[in-house]
Design a protein around this ligand. Structure first.
Ligand SMILES: C[S@@+](CC[C@H](N)C(=O)[O-])C[C@H]1O[C@@H](n2cnc3c(N)ncnc32)[C@H](O)[C@@H]1O
Length: 206
């Protein structure tokens, strides 16, 4: 699994590399643009204007919402990713910090209309995901929603099938979402698949 230095090194060619992987239709980024487009559309259709992005990277999605007038807040542990995102969104409130240690205090001072995390929360081990997601839920406004777009599977069986197909490329150090298991903690979540290995998990306030 990449640490913050690994993401620093990836930052400059991140945008092009995810695009190529998505266009190839291959794990892990097959469906990447559809995932981001879906979240963009859902957030634009809502009435809120304040957004928190967990693991914003180069800001591919958040920049689009920034340009539409959203107030953007975010946390990422890579200084290089942060520099690139900050250049694109000078007014955004972006903080450096490891989310496996929780959110930085500045981000816990307010409520958000939407919280997004795309291709980032698979860096949290499965046992710790529910507690972190519950922490995020506390920060939602009354009608707010969390959108997790990531490598994700409806069942563990589907994930095992993907792992079998991509033996060489499979990253055993990442912890992908298995929706049937996450539902044990969040029975009302919804899941919209966009490729054989990716989809969007939506959780509502309360
Ligand atoms: C694959 S990139 C996704 C970036 C962006 N959200 C996107 O959809 O293109 C993962 C991002 O999460 C960040 N990240 C990974 N683990 C993290 C951690 N433990 N704490 C904070 N940020 C982390 C990385 O620095 C990187 O910017």
């Amino acid at each position: 699994m990449l640490d913050s230095k690994g993401f620093d090194l990836w930052a400059d060619n991140y945008d092009i590399s995810v695009e190529i992987s998505d266009d190839d239709g291959a794990y892990p980024f097959a469906g990447y643009k559809k995932v981001l487009n879906y979240i963009f559309g859902e957030i634009m259709a809502g009435s809120g204007k304040t957004l928190l992005d967990i693991g914003f990277g180069t800001g591919i999605l958040t920049k689009r919402l920034y340009d539409k007038g959203f107030a953007i807040y975010g946390q990422d542990f890579s200084g290089e990713m942060l520099n690139i995102a900050k250049d694109k969104m000078p007014e955004a409130k972006l903080f450096q910090g490891d989310f496996t240690l929780g959110l930085v205090s500045e981000l816990k001072q307010r409520q958000y209309d939407a919280i997004i995390a795309t291709y980032s929360l698979h860096h949290i081990v499965d046992e710790e995901k529910p507690a972190f997601i519950k922490e995020l839920m506390q920060l939602l406004n009354e009608h707010g929603k969390i959108y997790i777009g990531d490598v994700a599977f409806s069942t563990r069986k589907e994930m095992e099938k993907c792992k079998e197909t991509y033996q060489e490329e499979w990253d055993d150090e990442e912890h992908y979402f298995v929706v049937e298991e996450l539902k044990g903690n969040f029975p009302s979540l919804s899941f919209i698949p966009f490729s054989h290995c990716a989809g969007v998990i939506v959780l509502e306030h309360g």
